[in-house]
Design a protein around this ligand. Structure first.
Ligand code: T5A
Length: 210
C-alpha cells in the first residue's frame, strides 16, 4: 500500500482556511484521491474537548506552558487515532492547521522558546511532517475583518493586533525556513484567484499520484 500524502492549511485568523478546505477536498475527489478532512486542535473526541478548553474565552487564565502542552496533547491523540491510520491506508489527509500553527501562535504570538516547540514536535510526531503546507497569507486587518463577520470571538481571536502581527511574521519565517514544503498563497484576493494559486501549488503532488 502506497502511503497517502499529508497536506496542511495554515494562516492567521479569517484568512480563508475553512472556506478552501472544501474546495481542495473536491479537487482531490475529482482526481479520485481518497481524502480524510480534519482539523487542529481537534480531530478526535478527546482532542475536540481540548479544543473547547483552548478556545473558551471565559476559561481561567491558561498559562503559556499549559496552552502549549494542551495543543500537543490534542495532536498526539489526533496523530495516533486519525492521521497515521489514514496515511498508512493510502488515504490523503487534509488538515486545517497543524504544527506550523504552534510555531506561529505559541512561538511567535506567545514568545515561547522555539527549541521547546521543536522538542515537543519530535517527541509527539517522530518523523511525521506534512508533505505540503498551503500558507494563506493576508494582512492582519483583512483576516480580522473577515473573522469578525462570523460573530463572537474565541480566546485567541480576542488577542491584540500586535499578537497577530507576531503570528503572521512567525508563519512567514516558517515559510522561509521550509521553502520546499510550505507554499505561500496570497489570500488577500478574490476567492477564485486564491483557488487558482492553491491548484498551482498542489498540481505537482497530485500529478505524481495519478
Ligand atoms: N491554535 C491552533 C494555536 O494557537 N496553536 C496550534 O498549534 C493550533 C493548531 C483555532 C485556534 O487555535 C489556535 C489558532 C486559532 O486561533 P480555528 O478555528 O482553526 O481556531 O482558526 P481560525 O483562524 O479562527 O479559523 P477561522 O475559521 O476564523 O478562519 P479561516 O478558516 O481561515 O477563515 P474562513 O474560511 O472561515 O473565512 C472567514 C470569512 O472570510 C470569507 C469567508 O467566506 C468567511 O466569511 N472569505 C473571503 N472573503 C473574501 N475573499 C476571500 N478570498 C475570502 N476567503 C474567505
Amino acid at each position: 500500500m502506497i502511503r497517502g500524502k499529508f497536506i496542511t492549511l495554515e494562516g492567521g485568523e479569517g484568512v480563508g482556511k475553512t472556506t478552501n478546505l472544501t474546495f481542495i477536498k473536491d479537487y482531490l475527489a475529482h482526481h479520485n484521491i481518497p481524502v480524510v478532512v480534519t482539523r487542529e486542535p481537534g480531530g478526535t473526541a478527546l482532542a475536540e474537548k481540548i479544543r473547547l478548553l483552548l478556545l473558551d474565552p471565559h476559561s481561567e487564565t491558561i498559562s503559556e506552558q499549559a496552552e502549549l502542552l494542551l495543543v500537543f496533547a490534542a495532536r498526539s491523540q489526533h496523530i495516533k487515532h486519525v492521521i497515521e491510520p489514514a496515511l498508512s491506508q493510502g488515504k490523503w489527509v487534509l488538515c486545517d492547521r497543524f504544527t506550523d500553527a504552534t510555531y506561529a501562535y505559541q512561538g511567535g504570538g506567545r514568545n515561547m522558546r522555539i527549541s521547546t516547540i521543536e522538542h515537543l514536535e519530535n517527541l509527539v510526531q517522530g518523523s511525521l511532517r506534512p508533505d505540503l503546507t498551503l500558507l494563506l497569507d493576508a494582512p492582519v486587518e483583512v483576516g480580522m475583518r473577515r473573522a469578525k463577520k462570523r460573530g463572537a470571538f474565541d480566546r485567541f481571536e480576542a488577542e491584540t493586533i500586535s499578537f497577530f502581527e507576531h503570528v503572521r511574521r512567525a508563519y512567514l519565517l516558517q515559510a522561509e525556513l521550509n521553502p520546499q514544503r510550505i507554499k505561500l498563497i496570497r489570500a488577500n484576493q478574490p476567492l477564485t484567484d486564491v483557488q487558482r494559486e492553491i491548484i498551482d501549488a498542489m498540481r505537482f503532488l497530485v500529478r505524481n499520484q495519478c
